[in-house]
Design a protein around this ligand. Structure first.
Ligand code: VNL
Length: 200
């Protein structure tokens, strides 16, 4: 269900063809709400049927006609309502933390390797969030640039500030994961299994 709000969010920036929606999704809202193209296209059709968005056939040179999607006032109202309504929370379900609780069962080197992978993954994530954050701050992200072009200048700072706020949270989360895994590496060294008594 969140996918439809991510799509409505994208379409509040400007009307887009289905193809451009899929493309721009991946370089904007898709970073915080990942969805494959195979989910995006059918969801657009459902949103159209439900009157949240309109599709306009665009004249095109080729055989396939292009359809441009535009958010309808009903879609804007639904989006606004969703943004203003508290979400529920899920109980914890994290396999990395589950496994961390039992690392005394692992060979120390295998445990280290897993924590190193955790660090590598979240270091890549961190770099990605920092880069995206910069492209929001300098306002060169194409979705944001289009959104700003269509909105009054006195709104620009707050539009940017909340996008940056979202990525600030992701930056902090990635840093926390990296520090946690580093502490795990230290812990493994401190808690090496006792050496076996030599058998005579
Ligand atoms: C937008 C642009 C949103 C870039 C993003 O992530 C982003 C936007 C939530 O203008 O909607 O990375």
């Amino acid at each position: 269900m969140s996918l439809r709000y991510a799509l409505l969010a994208l379409l509040t920036a400007r009307p887009l063809t289905a193809y451009d929606i899929a493309k721009q999704f991946g370089s904007s809202v898709g970073f915080v709400w990942h969805a494959p193209d195979s989910q995006i296209y059918p969801e657009l059709r459902r949103m159209e049927k439900e009157g949240l968005i309109d599709a306009e056939e665009l004249p095109s040179g080729g055989r396939r006609t292009k359809r441009e999607y535009r958010i309808r006032p009903e879609g804007v109202a639904r989006f606004r309502e969703w943004v203003g309504t508290p979400l529920g929370y899920q109980r914890e379900r994290d396999v990395h933390h589950l496994k961390a609780a039992y690392l005394e069962w692992s060979d120390p080197e295998a445990a280290r390797e897993q924590l190193r992978r955790h660090i590598a993954f979240h270091t890549e994530q961190l770099d990605q969030w920092l880069e995206l954050r910069e492209r929001l701050l300098d306002r060169t992200n194409p979705t944001l640039a289009a959104r700003l072009a269509a909105s009054p200048p006195e709104q620009h700072d707050r539009i940017v500030a909340f996008k940056v706020f979202a990525y600030d949270g992701l930056v902090e989360r990635a840093r926390t994961e990296i520090e946690w895994a580093r502490r795990g590496l230290v812990l493994i060294d401190e808690q090496l299994p006792p050496a076996q008594e030599p058998t005579v």
